[in-house]
Design a protein around this ligand. Structure first.
Ligand code: ZN
Length: 280
């Protein structure tokens, strides 16, 4: 069956016209079946120093709807997580555990890349100590949580403290996995949740308006800083926690350095209206 979708702005326009009287709509649907082809997940990794089998996974998805350029959905997610890993790779010491950036293939047609990754890693899903997908545009992150087990809650709180100056609040017991890490999480991987302001997300994604000019560079930098901070701190956590207990100052200097190198200088403390606090 051919199918069609109407973007939110177009639907709004149609509703306004209908309110004024009878409306004629002509549909030109370019739908068809061109067969199948093979695409691939693209994976980069900073291999851990002492526990390379333990993984923090961050990523986004490579594909998009073809009306716009896919800047919001999901070039932003791929860019944010690649940039975060690049910053971490520039730090003087390599983390104990591995940081893996995955650009998932073919999310839009049914999470094919995410499912393939979960199948390939069925045996070591549990060693994915945190996995997070950025797939909600480039709006500011306002909340953080992890699905890490109880014994790791102190580490979650420590990361939450490091994220607080970015205007991100700790939201225990909230959140869930991004679409492509869902299958991996079902297999036993732990997830991290970085909730974004998606006020305009559903007006933009899957439409001709999904282009780079809709991305606010400051919000994008805040996202990169947040991913860099949590992906950097988590793989180091046992040492990081004890170090933090010994010296709050040292920890602050370290996370400040990651935030600074993300081009993120000024903490964002402005309150975000409640209306924007839904992932929809
Ligand atoms: Zn997406």
């Amino acid at each position: 069956m051919p199918s069609a979708a109407l973007s939110v702005p177009d639907a709004g326009q149609l509703a306004r016209l209908v309110a004024r009287g009878p409306v004629k709509v002509r549909l030109a649907i370019d739908a068809g079946w061109d067969g199948t082809y093979t695409s691939h997940n693209v994976i980069g990794e900073i291999t851990g120093r002492s526990k390379p089998g333990d993984v923090v996974l961050i990523g986004g998805h490579l594909d998009s709807w073809d009306l716009g350029t896919g800047a919001i959905d999901d070039a932003a997610g791929v860019g944010i997580t690649m940039a975060a890993a690049t910053l971490i790779a520039q730090m003087p010491s390599r983390p104990a555990r591995s940081i893996r950036v995955v650009a998932f293939a073919n999310e839009e047609q049914g999470l094919h890349g995410g499912k393939a990754y979960a199948v390939a890693h069925a045996a070591d899903a549990g060693r994915h100590q945190l996995s997070a997908e950025s797939d909600f545009g480039a709006g500011r992150i306002y909340a953080f949580n992890t699905g890490a087990p109880e014994h790791a809650r102190a580490a979650t709180q420590q990361i939450a403290q490091a994220l607080a100056p970015l205007g991100i609040e700790y939201a225990p017991d909230k959140g869930g996995p991004g679409p492509d890490v869902g299958p991996l999480a079902a297999g036993g991987a732990h997830i991290a949740w970085l909730a974004q302001d998606g006020t305009d997300y559903f007006n933009l994604h899957h439409t001709a308006d999904d282009t780079l000019d809709k991305i606010d560079p400051a919000a994008l930098a805040q996202n990169v800083a947040a991913y860099a901070v949590f992906a950097y701190l988590w793989p180091r956590r046992p040492k990081a926690i004890s170090a933090a207990r010994r010296s709050r100052k040292r920890r602050r200097r370290r996370t400040d350095r990651v935030r600074r190198s993300a081009g993120y200088a000024r903490p964002h403390r402005a309150a975000i209206p409640d209306a924007t606090r839904s992932n929809g």
